[in-house]
Ligand binder design. Structure first.
Ligand code: IMP
Ligand code: MG
Length: 201
């Protein structure tokens, strides 16, 4: 067995979405997005949030049958998942968003803090509209009121990796989406206050 497969086999709790399922869903999302914007003359800027959205982003934009611009932002969120989480921009946009339609592409909506911050950010800078496309949604963990406009799948309150999502920067290159066994991500919990507070409630 290849090395990556070995690791996945020992760390995986459940295979949530295989390659074919992801491909079909991303095609549907691309069609929904195309339909939503097709009669809007304003420029559409699709903004990928690094690094988790990269695989989804690359697949999704190939399914948007409209002229678009692309840009990227990187966000860090200290104590991201706790009440006190602070969101900070690590890499800002290059595009001017004034009067444009912005589609934010994220990997997962968890507490919702990152997206809430980004919605305000784009509105303050005069975007015409701001919508959210997230591959995954973990609604049980929500701390602020936020919902995606074009969402791939709902996931359980587990630690999810693959298709761009990481655990300690690993697993991002898996072409499918899995949940990790508790003992695997517990190591992370011991180092941060992140998931400790709410995941084991
Ligand atoms: P939020 O601000 O709490 O919604 O944080 C969203 C970010 O946390 C995502 O963009 C991910 O990078 C990260 N995240 C949240 N849940 C998971 C998970 O289950 N696996 C991997 N990353 C996650
Ligand atoms: Mg992320």
């Amino acid at each position: 067995m290849e090395r990556l497969d070995c690791v996945v086999k020992s760390d995986m709790k459940e295979l949530l979405f295989d390659e074919e399922t992801i491909k079909n869903r991303v095609e549907e999302l691309g069609k929904e997005i195309t339909k939503h914007y097709e009669n809007d003359e304003s420029e559409l800027v699709v903004v990928g949030i690094l690094r988790g959205s990269t695989l989804f982003f690359a697949d999704l934009i190939r399914n948007i049958n409209l002229p678009i611009l692309i840009d990227f932002m990187a966000i860090s969120s200290y104590g991201n998942t706790s009440e006190s989480g602070v969101v900070k921009i690590v890499k800002d946009l290059e595009a001017d968003v004034t009067g444009k339609n912005i589609l934010i592409v994220e990997d997962i909506i968890d507490t919702g803090k990152t997206l809430k911050y980004l919605l305000n950010y784009f509105r303050e800078r005069g975007a015409k509209t701001v919508k959210i496309s997230s591959m995954l949604d973990k609604p049980k963990r929500r701390l602020v009121e936020i919902s995606g406009d074009f969402v791939g799948f709902e996931v359980p309150n587990d630690f999810i990796v693959g298709y761009g999502l990481d655990y300690n920067q690993s697993y991002r290159n898996l072409p499918y989406i899995i949940s990790l066994k508790e003992e695997v991500y517990k190591k992370l919990l011991q180092r941060t206050d992140s998931f400790k507070t709410s995941i084991f409630k």
